[in-house]
Design a protein around this ligand. Structure first.
Ligand code: NAD
Length: 252
């Protein structure tokens, strides 16, 4: 079914977006209403919003954390398949996610870059320390929360890259794209740059580029191949095809 898997395959870079977590019950961002969990992006995902109304922004991310840590939110078959790919593939797999949830790591992915930050971490705007948030010490950030490093109060913000801020580990990502044989983009609308431009970087380095999505993204035309469907169906099938190719390439 997947004629898109290149003959010689050693280095794979995967980009995931909100669509990979949709079937775990986490809403995507640009649904029909263009809102994120009933909020305008301008109100919750920009540094200006945090400066204007920090309480509203903290409450929004506190809610997202509660949802993420609820018993019903679990990695789905797509997250699990990508973790299996990393552990079973003979070459190198780098997973880059725009998602702020922790479902890839909970599924077992290790070679993972959270380019837009992590919901389960806080960052101190005074000392710069990034620290994990966990159920034992509390997952909410409020005006009375102390930074564990510098002990100041009211200086923690979500460790999220908001619009207008610079995504994380970009050098590492472009370095991996420059030598990739296969670039797979999964469940991302292609509206948010620089991630939406990764397909161009991969094409320039001669990688085979594949989009797996429920529907065409804004950058669909840049991909050599595309397959439409739900992530929990498409991703395990694609991963199995890659692993079969990998097994058939092994010396007998
Ligand atoms: P997006 O919401 O803009 O687009 C979602 C994409 O997923 C769409 O192209 C849609 O067709 C596709 N999709 C929806 N359901 C799918 C499914 N079941 N299977 C396969 N594809 C499916 O998402 P984006 O492009 O990742 O937007 C980027 C921003 O959204 C990021 O900055 C990210 O931090 C933020 N975000 C993250 C989360 C999360 O962490 N889970 C959730 C919402 C938004």
């Amino acid at each position: 079914m997947f004629k898109s898997i290149p003959e010689s395959l050693n280095r794979i870079v995967i980009l995931t977006g909100a669509g990979v977590s949709a079937e775990s019950g986490i809403q995507t961002f640009r649904g029909a209403d263009g809102l994120w969990e009933n909020h305008r992006l301008e109100d919750v995902a920009m540094p200006e919003a945090f400066a204007r109304d920090p309480l509203l922004v903290q409450r929004f991310y506190n809610e997202r954390r509660r949802q993420l840590t609820s018993a019903s939110t679990k990695p789905n078959a797509a997250h699990l398949a990508l973790a299996k790919l990393e552990s079973a593939f003979d070459g190198n797999v780098l997973l880059v996610t725009q998602n702020i949830d922790n479902l890839h790591e909970r599924a077992g992915s290790k070679h993972l870059i959270h380019m837009h930050g992590e919901l389960m971490k806080a960052r101190c705007i005074a000392c710069g320390e990034t620290s994990p948030l966990c159920a034992a010490s509390g997952i909410d950030i409020d005006p009375s929360t102390n930074c564990r490093q510098c002990a100041r109060t009211g200086t923690l913000r979500p460790h999220i890259v908001w619009f207008g801020e610079i995504p994380l580990q970009m050098d590492d990502i472009y370095h991996a794209l420059a030598s990739a044989d296969l670039f797979i983009s999964i469940g991302t609308s292609g509206n948010v740059y620089p991630a939406a431009g990764f397909v161009d970087a991969a094409n320039q380095s001669g990688a085979t580029t594949v989009e797996l999505n429920l529907e065409a993204s804004a950058t669909r035309g840049a991909f050599k191949y595309h397959y439409d469907g739900a992530a929990t169906t498409l991703v395990p099938a694609f991963v199995d095809a890659v692993l079969q190719r990998n097994a058939s390439d092994r010396p007998q």
